[in-house]
Design a protein. Sequence first.
Length: 242
Amino acid sequence: MPSEWTTADEAEILEDCQQAIVYRFRQPELLRAALTHTSGANTRAASNERLEFLGDSVLGLVCCEQLFLRYPEYHEGDMTKVKSLVVSRRSCALISRQLGLGSYLFMGKGMGAREELPPNVLADVFEALVAAVYLDGGLEPAKVFILRWLGPIIERVAEAAHAGNFKSMLQQVAQKEFGDTPRYMVLDEQGPDHNKCFKVSAQISEHHYMAAWGRNKKEAELKAAMNALAQIKGEPVPFPAD
């Protein structure tokens, strides 16, 4: 342990970190290792690099399982695309910032100001922390820990991909059947500026399809695309506007 850190300092840092991440370690030495940057380690093996390698795989496993179970309509390519966006260095660095993990890192003096830590360092510490939780408590606690922070990102990315799929499907059908591309028309909007909802319909050439309401234009366009696909197939529309 570097000379500027006392045992009391280290214990306080580990305690504060456990409160921030909402997980209590049975083996606090794992947490200590996860928070140790190479610049603050006596040897390379004592840093969080090995944990970061394991944590990346655990993150991928949990994300893939969630996509497989929650989105049965997704093909392999869909799941691969969403996973690559969710389990990314950018996402890990973002979560790391949200948790304030940079303030708990054990680093050497040459790393500069903690508030200016590069994204790769922040991503590494989150992945290392995932591995530490996994080794400390097993897969289920690791899954709970991951989904507490990564779950909203999975939903957001999957929903955007889902929307893109239906809109791209309608575009393919429109070009094949009508030789045209869909246009989305805002027919109505209601509510105050900070909480508007929108009524949108899809139009292909002279064909107008059943409109749908959404909490934002993006959601309304998605539902309008699904309505249009249903009408083209002769099926009941899933989101009637009235």
